[in-house]
Design a protein around this ligand. Structure first.
Ligand SMILES: [Zn+2]
Length: 432
């Protein structure tokens, strides 16, 4: 049930509609694109966005901590996903803290401000950084994933303050870079000591409560062959003949399909909210000359896995070994597996108090609360696994995230702001 105090806050949010739209349009206008793997962020937009958020939060009485990440100094551990040589310069992290009176539960509100590249601009009807409005939707890269969520956090807090509501628990707002690549922005917040009794990340979830996500591993399998003229006959490899690395790689790709089949049917790989583990070849390089048996093939792959999977590398290695054991060449010249670091999956228990708070807030705003999982991960992995902070996401529609003409529906943006406001007040507690 919505209290009189909460109702005042929700009405204030309704009256702030134009301000919320204006702030989100401004956020979309900053071109805070996640740099490609070996690139560095360029231009002033990343810092300008953070300065913009900083000025709003400072005006609301938050104390602000802003820093740049030196990836080489981050603690890397299994599942951290840390890439030590990634350059995160020029993409500051911001953590703002508003202290309550110490009598309530503390809360982290986290949002990533980096966005995936716009892709082919001609495919956009509305230019990706112009934040045009049509049909009650704001169009732009990051509108739903997740600058809309950041606008919702700011305006939920603002409405609480402007209506004179005092929060008991501490609130920390984190706006972070690089969620779309490494999640090192949030990891840096964790390693800097920011913690709370719970966390909410308003990633797009179709107004459902995100409680589980899969982890990910990326890697490369190098399959050796032995070069030789492709148009003459060869003796067996043991007698010096050529070995075609593409034919050997085909066995490994077939083995990936077998793995997917095994995982799909394995009881340990079933999860209430997530699809089972999967491995997918995504890039293949091989062959040197049209008339030469290729001497090397590289298979790049991605693998996603449920939080219960403890050692994905070991599982893949075991399968590679079984392929190699059944092939005399590969047995003596085993395929080599290299991985780039990996990130764990995460989940919160369905009966965590923050999940209940989310459910109640949704119900009070007219939504039937529903829990869900994500096939991919979010910054919650570090809050949950590294810090032990129960962390959920609730936010707008996801169906255009990472696509051309990404948008957020303005009513959903308003509802996300209201859900955040109710969750903040109910989690932290209000009053003197
Ligand atoms: Zn996101």
């Amino acid at each position: 049930m919505i209290t009189e105090e909460e109702s005042r806050v929700l009405k204030f949010i309704d009256r702030s509609r134009e301000d919320i739209i204006g702030h989100l349009r401004k956020l979309i206008g900053f071109r805070t694109i996640t740099p490609q793997e070996n690139e560095t962020a360029e231009g002033e937009d990343y810092r300008d966005l953070q300065d913009f958020i900083r000025s709003i939060l400072e005006e609301m009485g938050f104390s602000i901590d802003m820093w740049e990440i030196d990836s080489s100094e981050l603690d890397s551990f299994p599942g951290s996903g840390v890439l030590k040589d990634r350059d995160l310069g020029n993409m500051p992290v911001l953590a703002g803290k508003l202290e309550g009176n110490g009598k309530g539960r503390s809360l982290i509100l986290n949002g990533h401000y980096d966005v995936v590249p716009a892709g082919i601009i001609e495919n956009w009807k509305h230019p990706p950084f112009d934040a045009e409005i049509e049909d009650n939707k704001i169009f732009g890269r990051g509108a739903s994933d997740m600058k809309g969520g950041i606008a919702a956090i700011i305006h939920a807090l603002r409405a609480i303050q402007q209506t004179g509501v005092i929060l008991k628990g501490d609130v920390t707002v984190e706006t972070v870079p690089d969620e779309e690549q490494t999640c090192m922005g949030t990891l840096s917040c964790c390693q800097r000591g920011y913690t709370a009794d719970a966390a909410i990340i308003p990633e797009p979830t179709e107004m459902k409560i995100l409680v589980a996500m899969r982890g990910s591993l990326y890697g490369k399998i190098t399959v050796p062959g032995r070069a030789g003229h492709a148009e003459v006959s060869h003796p067996d490899w043991t007698k010096g003949g050529a070995v075609n690395a593409i034919s050997k790689a085909a066995k490994i790709i077939a083995a990936m399909d077998e793995l997917n089949d095994e995982w799909r049917h394995s009881p340990e790989k079933q999860h209430k909210y997530l699809d089972p583990d999967i491995i997918t070849p995504t890039i293949i390089h091989g062959g040197e000359w049209p008339v030469t048996h290729p001497e090397k093939v590289e298979i790049i792959f991605g693998s996603m896995f449920i939080p219960g999977t403890k050692d994905k590398i070991k599982e893949i290695e075991a399968k590679l070994k079984s392929v190699a054991d059944s092939d005399s060449w590969l047995k003596e010249h085993p395929p080599r597996l290299e991985t780039e670091g990996w990130a764990y999956g995460a989940e919160v228990k369905e009966d965590e108090p923050i999940v209940d708070v989310g459910k109640e807030a949704l119900r009070d705003l007219g939504f039937e609360p529903e829990l869900r999982g994500y096939g991919t991960l979010t910054d919650s992995i570090h809050l949950i696994n590294h810090m032990g902070i129960p962390s959920i996401s609730i936010g707008p529609d996801i169906n255009t995230a990472h696509m051309a003409d990404e948008y957020v529906d303005i009513d959903e943006l308003m509802n996300t702001t209201k859900v955040m406001a109710l969750c903040i007040m109910r989690w932290c507690g209000t009053g003197a």
